[in-house]
Design a protein around this ligand. Structure first.
Ligand code: IPM
Ligand code: MG
Length: 369
């Protein structure tokens, strides 16, 4: 059996506690003979600043480049609020995304039946929700130059961020979205702001062209990003695949996350281009972030992190069956009423991060015994 090389980057805040739970799942998969991994650990974010003075060392980047896939916990926290902008914790994550060319960020938002009541929206609006947000991840305003604050002659300041997209960048993310739609319900919505942004005009034009040239079997709809945010909370089930740029994708995926009950439920995959050998660079991380307010308290929900491992099995290693087993272990654990604090309804018993990890591993072991 192939042994896959996984680089684990737990990072900051709740990152390390949720990563420990994934390591248990990795152990259970190996035990059941479903998949074998060689795991290495390294630092990213604030912990890397503390140890090395930078949020990602060249050595860690080289390890990431050499791994078959990367699992990342979360980066950032108030402890590093005053470090220089260039070496802030988030810069480590952005460097991984950019230098490894991870341009396609897949953020599925699925509302588990057992959690429909934990959503801020009414049950009938979110029950059965299954959206795939496809966020462009290496372009746009996150990386555009100039990006600076300058001082004007009168002593006040001027800040500039640059939103920039090229045809090629839009084409490749559009292909990812349309290809995914073919395996799902065959519908894509593309969100931009062509009414105020030139990058939006080009985005809409290129997505339309890619659609016309290659995907006439897929239904395409264009939606303005602000209207899209509104529609996501009004009637979220109208969407299936939603493709959008880096910044809108950041915002819209947080909105979609809350529809599912908790930010603690959303996994993500960040994928590079397919190379000549048919493989691609990939990083998997929960959408939730480092949540410094609850770090170390045992409150964190490890499901998004474990779901990220399931995405890794599916997208990087073609182990769809193992991924299904992990996903259904999560579903059964939730159906049994087992809850961390973020997804508990009134009166439900709440368990710790560690106990949630154990419960999911137990379900997995039962299914594979
Ligand atoms: C995300 C996060 C990151 C982003 C931060 C931590 C830089 O919010 O992955 O959604 O803005 O992309
Ligand atoms: Mg975000």
């Amino acid at each position: 059996m192939t042994t896959y090389k996984l680089l684990l980057l737990p990072g900051d805040g709740i990152g390390p506690e949720v990563m420990v739970q994934v390591e248990k799942v990795i152990g259970a998969l190996a035990e059941a003979g479903l998949a074998h991994f060689e795991t290495e650990h390294d630092l990213v974010g604030g912990c890397a600043i503390d140890a090395h003075g930078v949020p990602l060392t060249d050595a860690a980047l080289a390890r990431a480049d050499a791994a078959d896939a990367i699992l990342l916990g979360a980066v950032g926290g108030p402890k590093w609020a005053d470090v220089a902008y260039e070496i802030r914790p988030e810069a480590g994550l952005l460097r991984l995304r950019k230098d490894l060319g991870l341009f396609a960020n897949l953020r599925p938002a699925i509302c588990y039946p057992a959690l429909a009541d934990a959503s801020a929206l009414k049950r009938e609006l979110v029950e059965g929700l299954d959206i795939m947000i496809v966020r462009e991840l290496t372009g746009g305003v996150y990386f555009g130059e100039p990006k600076e604050i300058t001082t004007l002659p009168d002593g006040t300041k001027r800040a500039v961020d640059t939103q920039v997209y090229t045809t090629g960048e839009i084409e490749r993310i559009a292909h990812v979205a349309f290809d995914l739609a073919r395996k799902r319900s065959g519908r894509v919505a593309s969100a931009e702001k062509h009414n105020v942004m030139k990058s939006g005009v080009l985005w809409k034009e290129v997505v339309t062209d890619v659609h016309a040239a290659h995907y006439s079997d897929v239904a395409l709809e264009h939606v303005l990003a602000d209207n899209c945010a509104m529609q996501l909370v009004r009637r979220p089930k109208q969407f299936d695949v939603l493709v959008t740029d880096n910044l809108f994708g950041d915002v819209l995926s947080d909105v979609a996350a809350m529809l599912t009950g908790s930010l603690g439920m959303l996994p993500s995959a960040s994928l590079g281009a397919v190379d000549a050998k048919g493989s691609r660079k990939a990083l998997y991380e929960p959408v939730h972030g480092s949540a410094p307010d609850i770090a170390g308290k045992g409150y964190a929900n490890p499901i998004a992190m474990i779901g990220s491992l399931a995405m890794c099995l599916r997208y990087s290693f073609g182990l769809g069956d193992a991924a299904d087993l992990v996903d259904s272990a999560i579903t059964r654990t939730l159906a049994a009423g087992i809850r961390t604090r973020d997804i508990a309804s009134d009166g439900m018993e709440v368990i710790s991060t560690d106990a949630m990890g154990d419960a999911i591993v137990r379900e997995l072991e039962q299914a594979t015994a």
